[in-house]
Design a protein around this ligand. Sequence first.
Ligand code: CA
Length: 227
Amino acid sequence: MKILLVEDETRAADYLRQGLVESGYTVELAFNGTDGLHAALTGDHDLVVLDIMLPGIDGYAVLSALRTAKQTPVLMLTARGQTDDKVRGFDLGADDYLVKPFEFPELLARVRALLRRGQPAPQETMLRLGDLEVDPVRHRATRQGQRIDLSAKEFALLTLLVQRTGEVLSRTQISSLVWDIHFDSDTNVVEVAIRRLRAKIDDPFEVKLIHTVRGVGYVLERRDAPS
Ligand code: CA
Protein backbone atom coordinates (compact mmCIF):
# COMPACT_ATOMS: atom_id res chain seq x y z
CA MET A 1 0.00 0.00 0.00
CA LYS A 2 1.50 3.27 -1.13
CA ILE A 3 0.72 6.56 0.57
CA LEU A 4 1.59 10.04 -0.64
CA LEU A 5 2.11 12.44 2.26
CA VAL A 6 1.97 16.14 1.40
CA GLU A 7 3.15 18.13 4.40
CA ASP A 8 5.43 21.17 4.47
CA GLU A 9 6.48 20.93 8.10
CA THR A 10 9.47 18.65 7.82
CA ARG A 11 9.47 17.41 11.41
CA ALA A 12 5.81 16.47 11.28
CA ALA A 13 6.33 14.90 7.85
CA ASP A 14 9.28 12.81 9.06
CA TYR A 15 7.40 11.72 12.15
CA LEU A 16 4.33 10.67 10.16
CA ARG A 17 6.38 8.98 7.49
CA GLN A 18 8.30 6.98 10.06
CA GLY A 19 5.11 5.86 11.79
CA LEU A 20 3.46 4.86 8.53
CA VAL A 21 6.54 3.00 7.31
CA GLU A 22 6.72 1.13 10.61
CA SER A 23 3.08 0.19 10.07
CA GLY A 24 4.00 -1.41 6.77
CA TYR A 25 3.12 1.31 4.26
CA THR A 26 5.30 2.68 1.52
CA VAL A 27 5.43 6.46 1.87
CA GLU A 28 6.31 9.12 -0.66
CA LEU A 29 6.79 12.66 0.66
CA ALA A 30 6.07 16.00 -0.95
CA PHE A 31 6.80 19.25 0.89
CA ASN A 32 4.63 21.67 -1.07
CA GLY A 33 1.40 21.72 -3.03
CA THR A 34 2.96 21.82 -6.49
CA ASP A 35 5.14 18.77 -5.90
CA GLY A 36 2.29 17.03 -4.08
CA LEU A 37 -0.13 17.54 -6.93
CA HIS A 38 2.41 16.41 -9.51
CA ALA A 39 3.19 13.29 -7.48
CA ALA A 40 -0.50 12.52 -6.95
CA LEU A 41 -1.30 12.92 -10.63
CA THR A 42 1.64 10.95 -11.97
CA GLY A 43 2.02 8.33 -9.25
CA ASP A 44 -0.02 5.32 -8.35
CA HIS A 45 -0.94 5.89 -4.71
CA ASP A 46 -3.58 4.11 -2.68
CA LEU A 47 -4.08 7.16 -0.48
CA VAL A 48 -3.03 10.81 -0.24
CA VAL A 49 -2.58 12.39 3.19
CA LEU A 50 -2.84 16.08 2.40
CA ASP A 51 -2.10 19.01 4.66
CA ILE A 52 -4.24 22.09 3.91
CA MET A 53 -1.85 24.86 4.84
CA LEU A 54 0.91 24.49 2.30
CA PRO A 55 3.23 27.04 0.65
CA GLY A 56 2.35 27.81 -2.96
CA ILE A 57 -0.88 26.10 -3.83
CA ASP A 58 -2.73 24.97 -0.73
CA GLY A 59 -4.34 21.63 0.06
CA TYR A 60 -7.75 22.71 -1.24
CA ALA A 61 -6.29 23.65 -4.62
CA VAL A 62 -4.33 20.40 -4.74
CA LEU A 63 -7.46 18.41 -3.95
CA SER A 64 -9.60 20.25 -6.43
CA ALA A 65 -7.06 19.78 -9.25
CA LEU A 66 -6.54 16.15 -8.32
CA ARG A 67 -10.28 15.44 -8.42
CA THR A 68 -10.57 16.60 -12.01
CA ALA A 69 -8.35 13.66 -12.92
CA LYS A 70 -8.35 10.98 -10.22
CA GLN A 71 -10.35 9.50 -7.37
CA THR A 72 -7.42 8.53 -5.14
CA PRO A 73 -8.74 8.64 -1.55
CA VAL A 74 -7.65 11.81 0.27
CA LEU A 75 -7.31 12.33 4.00
CA MET A 76 -6.95 16.03 4.76
CA LEU A 77 -4.91 17.35 7.67
CA THR A 78 -5.37 20.77 9.10
CA ALA A 79 -4.57 22.85 12.12
CA ARG A 80 -7.91 24.53 11.71
CA GLY A 81 -10.93 22.68 12.94
CA GLN A 82 -13.74 24.94 11.84
CA THR A 83 -16.76 23.30 10.33
CA ASP A 84 -16.46 25.53 7.25
CA ASP A 85 -13.06 24.08 6.45
CA LYS A 86 -14.35 20.55 6.80
CA VAL A 87 -17.32 21.25 4.59
CA ARG A 88 -15.11 22.87 2.00
CA GLY A 89 -12.78 19.89 2.07
CA PHE A 90 -15.59 17.39 1.69
CA ASP A 91 -17.22 19.47 -1.04
CA LEU A 92 -13.99 19.34 -2.99
CA GLY A 93 -13.91 15.57 -2.68
CA ALA A 94 -11.92 14.81 0.47
CA ASP A 95 -12.68 11.37 1.92
CA ASP A 96 -11.79 12.16 5.50
CA TYR A 97 -10.49 14.96 7.63
CA LEU A 98 -8.21 15.05 10.66
CA VAL A 99 -7.60 18.09 12.85
CA LYS A 100 -4.11 18.77 14.20
CA PRO A 101 -2.89 18.01 16.75
CA PHE A 102 -3.91 14.40 16.56
CA GLU A 103 -2.61 11.18 18.04
CA PHE A 104 -0.78 8.98 15.55
CA PRO A 105 -3.00 5.92 16.25
CA GLU A 106 -6.00 7.97 15.16
CA LEU A 107 -4.33 8.82 11.87
CA LEU A 108 -3.45 5.18 11.42
CA ALA A 109 -7.03 4.07 12.09
CA ARG A 110 -8.37 6.53 9.52
CA VAL A 111 -5.73 5.50 6.99
CA ARG A 112 -6.71 1.86 7.46
CA ALA A 113 -10.41 2.64 7.11
CA LEU A 114 -9.87 4.60 3.89
CA LEU A 115 -7.66 1.92 2.39
CA ARG A 116 -10.26 -0.72 3.24
CA ARG A 117 -12.93 1.34 1.57
CA GLY A 118 -10.75 1.51 -1.54
CA GLN A 119 -10.52 -2.26 -1.75
CA PRO A 120 -12.82 -3.84 -4.28
CA ALA A 121 -15.79 -5.48 -2.59
CA PRO A 122 -15.42 -9.25 -2.25
CA GLN A 123 -15.67 -10.25 -5.88
CA GLU A 124 -18.43 -12.18 -7.50
CA THR A 125 -15.61 -14.09 -9.11
CA MET A 126 -14.98 -16.03 -5.89
CA LEU A 127 -15.68 -19.70 -6.58
CA ARG A 128 -17.09 -21.83 -3.78
CA LEU A 129 -17.93 -25.41 -3.08
CA GLY A 130 -18.86 -26.07 0.51
CA ASP A 131 -15.95 -24.84 2.63
CA LEU A 132 -13.65 -24.63 -0.38
CA GLU A 133 -13.07 -21.13 -1.71
CA VAL A 134 -11.06 -20.35 -4.81
CA ASP A 135 -10.24 -16.78 -5.70
CA PRO A 136 -8.93 -16.69 -9.28
CA VAL A 137 -8.13 -12.99 -9.05
CA ARG A 138 -5.89 -13.27 -6.01
CA HIS A 139 -4.71 -16.76 -6.87
CA ARG A 140 -5.75 -18.02 -3.48
CA ALA A 141 -7.47 -21.16 -2.30
CA THR A 142 -8.76 -21.91 1.18
CA ARG A 143 -10.66 -24.69 2.92
CA GLN A 144 -12.32 -23.97 6.22
CA GLY A 145 -10.58 -20.62 6.01
CA GLN A 146 -7.14 -22.25 5.89
CA ARG A 147 -4.89 -21.04 3.10
CA ILE A 148 -3.78 -23.86 0.82
CA ASP A 149 -0.46 -23.45 -0.99
CA LEU A 150 -0.73 -24.58 -4.58
CA SER A 151 1.63 -24.49 -7.51
CA ALA A 152 0.46 -22.54 -10.57
CA LYS A 153 -0.66 -25.71 -12.35
CA GLU A 154 -2.37 -27.11 -9.27
CA PHE A 155 -4.21 -23.84 -8.92
CA ALA A 156 -5.24 -23.89 -12.58
CA LEU A 157 -6.46 -27.46 -12.19
CA LEU A 158 -8.44 -26.66 -9.07
CA THR A 159 -9.95 -23.59 -10.72
CA LEU A 160 -11.04 -25.67 -13.70
CA LEU A 161 -12.60 -28.32 -11.47
CA VAL A 162 -14.45 -25.82 -9.30
CA GLN A 163 -15.67 -23.82 -12.31
CA ARG A 164 -17.15 -27.04 -13.63
CA THR A 165 -18.40 -28.44 -10.35
CA GLY A 166 -20.39 -31.65 -10.82
CA GLU A 167 -19.14 -32.16 -14.35
CA VAL A 168 -16.97 -35.20 -15.02
CA LEU A 169 -13.84 -34.13 -16.88
CA SER A 170 -11.75 -36.66 -18.75
CA ARG A 171 -7.97 -36.75 -18.34
CA THR A 172 -7.68 -35.64 -21.95
CA GLN A 173 -9.95 -32.65 -21.38
CA ILE A 174 -8.03 -31.70 -18.28
CA SER A 175 -4.63 -32.07 -19.92
CA SER A 176 -5.65 -29.96 -22.87
CA LEU A 177 -7.28 -27.25 -20.73
CA VAL A 178 -4.63 -27.00 -18.04
CA TRP A 179 -1.43 -28.08 -19.79
CA ASP A 180 -2.31 -27.48 -23.39
CA ILE A 181 -1.29 -31.07 -24.07
CA HIS A 182 -3.35 -32.84 -26.69
CA PHE A 183 -2.05 -36.37 -26.55
CA ASP A 184 -3.76 -39.11 -24.60
CA SER A 185 -0.40 -40.65 -23.80
CA ASP A 186 0.54 -37.67 -21.68
CA THR A 187 -2.44 -37.85 -19.35
CA ASN A 188 -0.31 -39.39 -16.63
CA VAL A 189 0.62 -35.83 -15.81
CA VAL A 190 -3.04 -35.29 -14.88
CA GLU A 191 -3.07 -38.24 -12.48
CA VAL A 192 0.05 -36.98 -10.77
CA ALA A 193 -1.38 -33.48 -10.44
CA ILE A 194 -4.71 -34.77 -9.15
CA ARG A 195 -2.87 -36.81 -6.53
CA ARG A 196 -0.91 -33.73 -5.41
CA LEU A 197 -4.03 -31.62 -5.35
CA ARG A 198 -5.91 -34.21 -3.32
CA ALA A 199 -3.09 -34.33 -0.81
CA LYS A 200 -3.56 -30.62 -0.27
CA ILE A 201 -7.27 -29.96 -0.55
CA ASP A 202 -8.81 -33.29 0.44
CA ASP A 203 -6.50 -35.38 2.62
CA PRO A 204 -6.43 -32.97 5.57
CA PHE A 205 -10.23 -32.67 5.59
CA GLU A 206 -13.03 -35.06 6.38
CA VAL A 207 -15.25 -34.27 3.42
CA LYS A 208 -13.59 -35.20 0.14
CA LEU A 209 -14.37 -33.09 -2.91
CA ILE A 210 -12.35 -34.63 -5.74
CA HIS A 211 -13.79 -37.93 -6.95
CA THR A 212 -12.50 -40.39 -9.50
CA VAL A 213 -15.01 -41.66 -12.00
CA ARG A 214 -13.49 -44.94 -13.14
CA GLY A 215 -12.69 -45.10 -16.81
CA VAL A 216 -13.90 -41.55 -17.36
CA GLY A 217 -12.05 -38.94 -15.34
CA TYR A 218 -12.52 -36.70 -12.34
CA VAL A 219 -15.26 -34.61 -10.83
CA LEU A 220 -15.29 -32.04 -8.08
CA GLU A 221 -18.49 -32.15 -6.08
CA ARG A 222 -19.96 -32.63 -2.62
CA ARG A 223 -21.24 -36.07 -1.96
CA ASP A 224 -23.15 -36.09 1.24
CA ALA A 225 -23.40 -39.86 1.51
CA PRO A 226 -20.07 -41.72 1.45
CA SER A 227 -19.55 -43.43 -1.87
CA1 CA B 1 1.31 22.90 6.85
